[in-house]
Write a protein that binds this ligand. Structure first.
Ligand SMILES: [Zn+2]
Length: 496
């Protein structure tokens, strides 16, 4: 079943549950460090190990961060709510229950807007609640790293008790074939928002941002949602898009064959780009929630909430609108820069003295290509600053560099050879604009392509491009193309 076939007959409905590890210094209910990468079971204490007699104390920073997230997502902030115990047995949860929030989440009813291919989609947020993370289990001895086939398992409680925010969307319907891109755009925008708020390092590869994607299909025109599956722990933006696409194709194939969708969790396989069956969710699990008796309720005052609202930084959507104004960019240009993650870089390059259009061309063109070649998710990690890019652009405008030479200068800066002017000097990358020096190459190009020269003589000025190209090639890109073109037209002006 191809994606296009699936979309001809079915309408997808998405749901996204995102877990975010907050960037607090200490854990949610104890003073243990949250630092990533420590030796196993070194960041633990009686509270996060669930030893008898220990009592939790709420981390105020975690509450503040959660309220900030809620406000940035336009949510209502509960004036009073409680933590709840979620009871289930799993070895990575030392207490055999998780302190979470159940029917009294801290934040409710918000939204986040995303744009895909020029079309705006509003993703409604159902709730944002706070809980504690579990430990990490490592299954040893098997081929797959899963429990099946393992000889034994190890558990690391360093992560147990790290404050975790869960952001749950309402069902996202009406996206049609854009569903995979909408899912990706939502997680991208959410990650940008959280990074701007400074509440998490949002590293998907380290698990500080984890995404579960619910997908269901209904026949086109229907209103009742189909049975959904939940693809767990999709750990990159690209995988979010691929997982939705793959699950839509799989479900459509089953429905077309007259089979039913089993309500279950699915494991995502990065290598094959497919999902496989996990835990069945046909029977609702009974977590026996009840209010956590060891903690006082949360009651954020209106004054405090308003103070946090007033202190929010400029959010990504507002920043994009401001930069679009400053850069004079169209909606399509804005989307291209936003999707490539270069909007801020283009703005900084323009602020450093380059024309906005040139800054955009460099970042969306050669620099983005360099970032891709280096396997960088974020072009900002390239070893070149916006000020250096602006200097290259100024050198091109001054006729000192040609487009080809500009790329070589960028290569030099990326290779650590210093500022653009240093690279120009040490590599000898000056454009040749001297008409005497270029004359011989121009004559050779005209002699080499008499048919083209005749066309230019007959008034087809556009044909001169082939001759300019020949000169550029002959001079290894060091000739000033504008000067070359001028020389060619002067020499062939006879027939005009
Ligand atoms: Zn602890």
């Amino acid at each position: 079943m191809t994606f296009a076939d699936a979309m001809a007959r079915y309408a997808p409905v998405l749901g996204l549950e995102t877990h975010v590890e907050l960037g607090t210094a200490s854990k949610m209910f104890c003073g243990c460090s949250t630092k990533f990468g420590a030796p196993p079971n070194t960041h633990v204490c009686p509270t996060c190990l669930g030893l008898p007699g220990s009592l939790p104390v709420t981390n105020e920073t975690a509450i503040r961060f959660t309220v900030m997230i809620g406000l940035a997502l336009q949510c209502e902030i509960a004036p009073w709510c409680r933590f709840a115990r979620k009871n289930y047995f799993y070895p990575d949860m030392p207490k055999d229950f998780q302190i979470s929030q159940y029917d009294e989440p801290l934040c409710t009813d918000g939204h986040l807007d995303v744009v895909v291919a020029g079309e705006a989609f509003r993703v409604e947020i159902e709730r944002v609640h706070l809980e504690e993370d579990t430990g990490k289990t490592l299954h040893v001895g098997g081929a797959t790293g899963r429990i099946h086939g393992a000889t034994h398992s190890l558990v690391d409680y360093n992560r147990a008790g790290i404050p975790l925010v869960e952001i749950v969307t309402k069902p996202v319907a009406g996206t049609g074939a854009a569903a995979p891109e909408v899912a990706r755009a939502y997680v991208t925008e959410l990650r940008e928002l959280l990074r701007t708020l400074g509440v998490s390092d949002v590293r998907m590869e380290q698990g500080s941002l984890r995404c579960d994607v619910n997908t269901s299909l209904m026949p086109v025109g229907a209103t009742a949602y189909g049975t959904r599956t939940e693809t767990k722990n999709v750990n990159s933006l690209r995988s979010v898009e691929r997982a939705v696409r793959s699950e839509i194709e799989r479900q459509a194939g089953l429905l077309d064959a007259g089979r039913r969708i089993v309500q279950e969790t699915r494991h995502w396989h990065e290598d094959s780009g497919t999902t496989s069956a996990g835990r069945s969710k046909e029977q609702a699990e009974d977590y026996r929630y009840f209010p956590e008796p060891d903690l006082v309720p949360l009651a954020p005052t209106r004054e405090w909430v308003e103070q946090l609202r007033a202190g929010l930084p400029e959010l990504p959507a507002a920043r994009r609108r401001r930069l679009a104004d400053e850069l004079g960019a169209s909606a399509a240009e804005l989307a291209a820069m936003g999707n490539a993650g270069v909007l801020g870089l283009v703005a900084d390059t323009a602020a450093a003295g380059a024309p906005a259009a040139e800054a955009r061309n460099f970042w969306l063109g050669y620099l983005l290509q360099k970032a891709n070649e280096a396997g960088l998710d974020d072009p900002a990690e390239l070893a070149i600053t916006p000020a250096q890019v602006a200097r290259v652009i100024v050198l091109v405008a001054a006729g000192i560099l040609t487009a080809t030479l500009a790329r070589q200068v960028i290569d030099g800066v990326l290779a650590g050879e210093g500022d653009p002017d240093d690279v120009v000097a040490t590599r000898g990358l000056q454009a040749v604009s001297d008409t005497d020096e270029l004359g011989a190459a121009v004559d050779a190009a005209i002699d080499g392509q008499p048919a083209v020269a005749a066309k230019v003589r007959a008034g087809k000025v556009a044909a001169a491009g082939a001759l300019v190209g020949a000169v550029m090639k002959a001079t290894n890109g060091q000739a000033n193309a504008a000067v070359v073109r001028q020389l060619i037209l002067e020499r062939l002006d006879g027939g005009g």
